[in-house]
Design a protein around this ligand. Structure first.
Ligand code: FAD
Length: 398
């Protein structure tokens, strides 16, 4: 049953109240220089089909672009201090941050890129270490190092956490600080010339606003189209599999990304895995069917080759979600449309929106409050690069 908004005008309307919408709401609520009204419209309060809830919930500093490294470093700080930041009435949730690191494995093809990116990461404050084949073998005894040349391991700051907890903690704090959330759906966007003036809800209400934030995830392109705008973002299906392995892996087990692109990480007493599918067609946002042969045909053979203990494993759970995939360059589009300047994008996060949500929420809140980015300049992720057809260069995409 759709909920009604308490007013017919807000300074800011945020469409989509999952991790990106809630991070934006949270940082607006926390900003002492902003005293405007904010409405978050979310079509499904269960969040069951949101990418946020279906993600593999991991954070890394191993990017090639300094801006992405800085964005994730802020994400780590936010996660580490989460319980104090989102405390409400003495209730301070923890995210269970498992700081086991990422381990990227390089063969002869990938090794030069990993070495280059390692230097960029170090220069930008990431606590990563470059390991040669021998060092990989002695540090991670469960690994078959055949064919490997090097690997980069994040010693601190990288790992995995509770993604649903991240969303709920920010949402709860934002609401406690006066941000209004309603369960309803934006079905129309009102635009007059170079301004968006409001939204129409599925319940029939019209809500006027001065600024609109598009945080609708895989439905973000549809929202943009309602305002007569286009973004090069498409839903792409990603399947995750949880498996059991009887033989324990001794020592630290990071989120490991094989030379094939297949990743795995511990998930409680099990392991979580997934791959970058080829081909990778446009998906239907309502199609959540798991492609089971991805595990049998692609993932398992590669895992068994790389980790001998994974010869004998059994899938115990699997699900599918969607990336809001930026076809231009696999990176987020953040900030205003140059011609419709009060329509702010927060779309196209591809595989790293969860970890980017604190920095992006903070950045959008600064744009709204001050008309400029302050803590971290997110302009390189802006829409202008779409117009210029200039991809944001990032080699570390999963
Ligand atoms: C399988 C998988 C693994 C991933 N792994 C990672 C990872 O390890 N690390 C990482 O950083 N990122 C990861 N990601 C990416 C990350 O999950 C997303 O980038 C991030 O969650 C996007 O958040 P969002 O709020 O933009 O979108 P969503 O979480 O999809 O939320 C969008 C919300 O908008 C609502 N909405 C849509 N249309 C409307 C409308 N018209 N009116 C009202 N509400 C609307 C939806 O109901 C939804 O709740 C992964 C994604 C997937 C699918």
């Amino acid at each position: 049953m759709a909920q009604q908004a308490s007013k017919s005008h807000y300074d800011v309307v945020i469409v989509g109240g999952a991790v990106i919408g809630s991070a934006t709401a949270y940082f607006l609520a926390k900003n002492p220089d902003f005293d405007g009204s904010v409405l978050v419209v979310e079509r499904d309060w269960s969040y069951a089909k949101s990418a946020t809830a279906l993600s593999s919930a991991s954070i890394r500093h191993q990017f090639s672009n300094p801006l992405n490294i800085q964005i994730s470093r802020f994400g780590t700080e936010f996660i580490r201090h989460f319980h104090e930041l989102v405390e409400v009435d003495g209730d301070a949730p923890e995210l269970g941050f498992k700081e086991n690191g990422y381990l990227y494995l390089g063969d002869a093809n990938g090794a030069p890129m990993f070495e280059r990116n390692y230097h960029t990461q170090r220069e930008n404050g990431a606590d990563v270490v470059l390991l040669d084949r021998e060092q990989l073998g002695s540090r991670f005894s469960w690994l078959n190092t055949e064919g490997l040349v090097n690997g980069v391991y994040g010693q601190t700051g990288e790992g995995w956490f509770d993604s649903y907890g991240l969303l709920q903690g920010m949402r709860r704090k934002a609401r406690a600080l006066g941000i209004e959330y309603i369960e309803n759906e934006v079905v129309e966007i009102l635009r007059e010339g170079s301004k968006v003036t409001g939204v129409v809800l599925q319940s029939g209400e019209t809500i006027h606003c001065d600024t609109m934030v598009n945080a609708a995830g895989t439905r973000g392109p549809a929202m943009a189209r309602l305002a007569g705008l286009n973004i090069p973002v498409e839903p792409r299906k990603r399947c995750l599999f949880v498996f059991d392995c009887r033989t324990p892996l001794e020592g630290t087990v990071p989120l490991t990304i094989d030379t094939t692109g297949i990743f795995f990480r511990p998930e409680g007493k099990y392991f979580l895995t997934g791959c970058y599918p080829e081909p990778d067609p446009l998906a239907d946002v309502n199609d959540f069917d798991v492609i089971h042969n991805e595990f049998d045909d692609i993932i398992w053979p590669a895992l068994a080759e790389r980790i001998p203990a994974f010869e004998a494993i059994k899938v115990v759970n699997a699900w599918a979600g969607h990336y809001d995939f930026c076809v231009l360059d696999h990176n987020a589009i953040v900030g205003p449309h140059p011609e419709v300047t009060n329509f702010l994008f927060a779309n196209g996060f591809s595989g790293h929106g969860l970890q980017q949500s604190p920095a992006v929420g903070r950045g959008l809140s600064e744009l709204i409050a001050y008309g400029e980015y302050r803590a971290l300049d997110l302009a390189p992720l802006g829409y202008q690069r779409v117009i210029d057809n200039q991809p944001f260069l990032e080699e570390g995409v999963i």
